[in-house]
Ligand binder design. Structure first.
Ligand SMILES: Nc1ncnc2c1ncn2[C@@H]1O[C@H](COP(=O)(O)OP(=O)(O)OP(=O)(O)O)[C@@H](O)[C@H]1O
Ligand SMILES: [Mg+2]
Length: 918
């Protein structure tokens, strides 16, 4: 029976593309095989399969052990291997060589250290070669049934056979090197109980990049490796289609004048690239005229250059022009780059136009987004298209999905993830031609309800939008790719074997040179493949359009009360036992929580103490033990309800800062961010005390009111001076350009939370110089968290996921010791760690520090690791910032000058210092 040709060949991935010859008909004479020997070989195969497979490099070059496997083989006794060679000359008969092979331990590469060396000596400097092959179980039948494609690796006298998922399915040694060396197309070979036939040679590069395993991805010949220039005006008249069937429709359409909807020759026009001939043949069977798709100038005139490129990219993806037969894309631009506008441009273009006979590509588009952003999407549609061009439908309590179905007015539906789950049945019944998932990193887990629900929608054109780096966790990355372009990276097990395992292994400190090389090549290949439909640009592309940003890390002196309470907590029995490694039930997390509360304000700690003492079950709890004797430290009349700002170092600084902003730039406004509702209550109370008008958005704010709160704050005439924001509630997607000062009152373990919050203000639409203030209590746990945040090691892990909290962090006792140390005699422990000798008088910054201060690495980045300097990257960036001690004579920043009394140290960085402001 014939089987279809190997996928690797069909897709043209193999360097040499041999003709497929079924085994029965090959020029190889059916080998004469001794049954007994064959059975032995079969046994070996079974043993091999039973004990799993180890990676190629570990086996081939003897890096890893597989004791079980070796033992089993050894116990199988004397085994014979059968080799069948097919002479290259057509007429020559197959020469059958059956030899007594070596004992099992000689047949399989040795796994112990000494044996490894022996193997290496045995095969000095042998070239490793790679072949694409077909395999089947060895049999005497004339007409064999090939069972699959495989990759054959030969080195010296050894061979390894891998299936297309990268798993080992056969191995052997004791072959003649000369014969393996001259292996070529059409030749057959016995490996274990399998017969293989060589189909072609694979280059070392194709193997090490993993490309030879890739069967699910075929790109169109014309897919550009770099993004195309966006102004493409070479087309103006409709051209004849590459396929010209003379259907009635075709004749009719050709007879009509089919003009592009907008003039492709206009200055600043944005014209989509035309599909190539193969695309036309596949998607334009009717042979309709090919007409230029031109983005409406109404919207195109406002686009930034990176947005024009992004729209072309999205267009090519959803039209199936970048990867054959795939219509998905991931737009992973950093926060604030206008992913919304890029999608709106695409949707609007495709709802009105189509390259084949002007027929619109989309009838209906579905946008799924977090609840807090539903209204923002509608607003952005109106902002960029006006309300007369398009009517979009937002699903909420008062506007049900049925209304969308029954009304002919709407072609775009915007719905929250939660609402989608509730109305899934109705949504499934609607035919959407494009699905956009905003903040789509939530689909990183393929088993969660949302992902399953969205996957069930029968829509092939899928776009994920996310501002979060997505390549840090390779399994999550796979899930996102799988959602937009199912099957494009093969099965999960293939992906793991070919990409994830070698890449992860190569990053481990104990990786060998070969493993490092292989991991790097696989990472590069994965980046190349996914780069066809994943696009990420960083903030830098937009920086030049943004006003200056002054980022300040402000180290606030703790008050006497804070210090006393801090010492008392550190001397508690709970903390001492944590430092002895007793961490069952995570008492350290309670300790960390208490210290953080204390840093924000002592009254928060007292509140917790009181609540605990009212708790009838408190005796059992570590918390009550931690708080023991604390109330005695508080002044006698101290209450948790009435607080004084003079008891918290950070609050003192904040009060002065707000007063300075009010006085020095009365028209400017402030966003005050905290992770805790209770802290926000204190900040709110402070606003009241000083008569500052404020507005507030936290987890309790109904989703339906959020956009309105944001809009009225951003409005020029808003009376609110302060926007109180819970970073967890309002982190993603919000736009708070109405404010130009942002204070991060407390610090989160996860840098992503803080980065997200900061990006709300310094984004497109901001007209003033932006001031960011991050307040940290000097010498306290907050400094440690900051150091941890900026260390590269943590960035690559923790930055990925906003949901990751301290509960997900594993602390060693050593780390806890560091966390639970109070540095009372330092004005800035972080500066001490930098070993900078400026004494807090460095009022210049290195130009390189004007780039965004926090680098976000991804696992796939090839150069990762090469910058492995003694100090982590971001620490060394901090070195380039301005350093001011609290004693600095005259700070160049008027706001900082006003607060310096309670400040022990400041790091400052200015980005875009010369950008214009209003
Ligand atoms: N070309 C432009 N000109 C002016 N303003 C723009 C432009 N593009 C986008 N904006 C504005 O920039 C702000 C940020 O855009 P948007 O919300 O789409 O960013 P995003 O990439 O989705 O970021 P996030 O990841 O934070 O959601 C919005 O107010 C948007 O209207
Ligand atoms: Mg967004």
């Amino acid at each position: 029976m014939r089987r279809s040709a190997a996928p690797s060949q069909v897709l043209g991935k193999v360097a040499k593309k041999p003709r497929f010859i079924p085994p029965g008909k090959s020029n190889a004479v059916c080998p004469k095989i001794e049954t007994e020997e064959m059975d032995q070989d079969m046994k070996l195969k079974e043993i091999g399969e039973k004990h799993g497979n180890v990676s190629l490099f570990s086996e081939m070059f003897g890096e890893n052990k597989n004791e079980n496997f070796t033992q089993s083989v050894e116990s199988s006794g004397k085994v014979k291997s059968t080799k069948v060679w097919n002479s290259t000359s057509k007429c020559s008969k197959l020469e059958m060589k059956t030899q007594n092979v070596p004992k099992a331990d000689a047949m399989y590469l040795p796994t112990s250290g000494m044996a490894k060396e022996a193997a290496a000596q045995e095969e000095p400097d042998c070239l490793t070669k790679y072949f694409s092959v077909m395999w089947c179980k060895a049999s005497k039948k004339k007409h064999k049934k090939w069972e699959g494609d495989a990759i054959l690796i030969t080195k010296g006298k050894s061979v390894i056979l891998k299936d297309m998922e990268g798993k080992d399915i056969g191995r052997g040694t004791g072959y003649k090197s000369k014969e393996l060396d001259s292996l070529e197309e059409g030749q057959t070979l016995m490996i274990g109980g399998k017969e293989i036939e060589v189909m072609g040679v694979i280059s070392a590069d194709d193997f090490s990049s993993g490309r030879c395993f890739q069967t699910g991805i075929a790109t169109h010949d014309t897919v550009p490796t770099a993004l195309p220039q966006t102004t493409m005006k070479q087309f103006c008249k409709p051209i004849k289609s590459a396929c010209q069937p003379s259907t009635k429709e075709n004749i009719l359409l050709n007879s009509q004048s089919r003009k592009p909807r907008h003039n492709p020759n206009d200055a600043n026009s944005l014209v989509m690239p035309r599909p190539n001939a193969s695309h036309q043949c596949t998607f334009n069977k009717a042979g309709l005229p090919v007409v230029d798709v031109v983005v409406d100038p109404y919207i195109a005139n406002n686009l930034r250059p990176h947005q024009r490129e992004g729209i072309v990219f999205l267009y090519e993806c959803v039209m199936g022009m970048r990867v054959s037969g795939r219509f998905g894309a991931i737009l992973a631009d950093e926060m604030g780059l206008g992913k919304t506008l890029q999608c709106i441009s695409l949707v609007w273009t495709l709802l009105r136009q189509g390259v084949y006979g002007c027929k619109p590509v989309l009838k209906r588009a579905l946008i799924v987004t977090p609840g807090s952003l539903v209204k923002n999407w509608k607003k952005e549609f109106q902002k960029w298209l006006g309300s007369e061009r398009i009517k979009v439908f937002t699903v909420d309590q008062d506007h049900k999905v049925e209304e969308f179905i029954s009304s002919p007015l709407y072609s775009v539906m915007i719905i929250s993830y939660e609402m989608l789950l509730r109305s899934l049945d109705q949504i499934q019944a609607i035919e959407f031609n494009l699905l956009i998932c905003d903040e789509g990193h939530r689909l990183k887990n393929s088993s969660i309800k949302t992902t399953t629900a969205l996957t069930s929608l029968p829509c092939e054109r899928r776009i994920i939008l996310t501002g979060t780096p997505i390549q840090n966790d390779l399994q999550e990355f796979y899930a996102l790719i799988e959602f937009v372009n199912p099957g494009v990276l093969g099965s999960l097990s293939t992906y793991r074997k070919i990409y994830e395992e070698p890449i992860v292994r190569s990053r481990e400190p104990s990786a060998t040179k070969e493993e490092k090389d292989l991991g790097e090549k696989r990472a590069a290949e994965l980046t190349r493949l996914t780069g066809l439909f994943v696009l990420r640009r960083t903030q830098e592309v937009i920086n030049k359009f943004l006003p200056p940003k002054k980022e300040n890390i402000i180290f606030c002196q703790p008050t006497a009360l804070q210090l006393e309470l801090y010492r008392k907590l550190l001397s508690s029995h709970v903390i001492t036992s944590c430092l002895q490694g007793r961490l069952e039930n995570s008492p350290h997390l309670i300790c960390i929580g208490a210290l953080k509360k204390l840093c924000n304000h002592p009254c928060l700690l007292l509140k917790a103490v009181k609540e605990k003492s009212c708790d009838p079950k408190s005796d059992e709890h570590v918390e009550s033990s931690l708080y023991e004797g604390l109330t005695d430290v508080f002044p006698q009349d101290y209450t948790s309800d009435i607080f004084s700002e003079t008891d918290s170092g950070k609050l003192q600084v904040l009060v002065k800062l707000l007063a300075a902003i009010r006085e020095l730039s009365s028209s400017e406004r402030v966003v005050l961010v905290s992770n805790y509702t209770q802290t926000l209550n204190i900040l709110q109370e402070t606003c009241k005390r000083y008569g500052y008008s404020y507005t507030r958005l936290d987890g309790n704010t109904p989703v339906s009111q959020r956009q309105q709160i944001v809009d009225s704050f951003n409005c020029k005439f808003s009376p609110a001076f302060i926007f109180l924001l819970s970073s967890k509630a309002g982190g993603v997607g919000l736009n708070l350009v109405g404010a130009s000062h942002l204070v991060l009152y407390d610090i989160d373990w996860n840098p992503a939370t803080d980065i997200q919050a900061m990006a709300r203000v310094w984004r497109d639409g901001q007209k003033h110089t932006v001031h960011i203030y991050r307040l940290l209590t000097t010498g306290s746990i907050e400094e440690k968290i900051y150091q941890r945040q900026i260390s590269k090691q943590d960035l690559s892990g923790a930055v990925v996921d906003l949901s990751k909290t301290s509960e997900h962090i594993h602390f060693s006792v050593e780390e806890l010791r560091n966390l639970f140390t109070l540095h009372e005699n330092s004005s800035c422990v972080t500066h001490d760690l930098l070993e900078c000798d400026c004494m807090g008088n460095k009022d210049h910054q290195n130009p390189s520090s004007q780039k965004p201060s926090v680098s976000r690495c991804c696992q796939l980045r090839q150069d990762q690791g090469k910058h492995n300097l003694k100090k982590p990257l971001s620490m060394s960036q901090l070195m380039q910032w301005k350093h001011f001690s609290g004693q600095h004579q005259a700070l160049p920043d008027p706001f900082l000058e006003r607060i310096k009394e309670n400040v022990s140290f400041i790091f400052q960085n200015v980005t875009n210092p010369t950008s214009p402001t209003q």
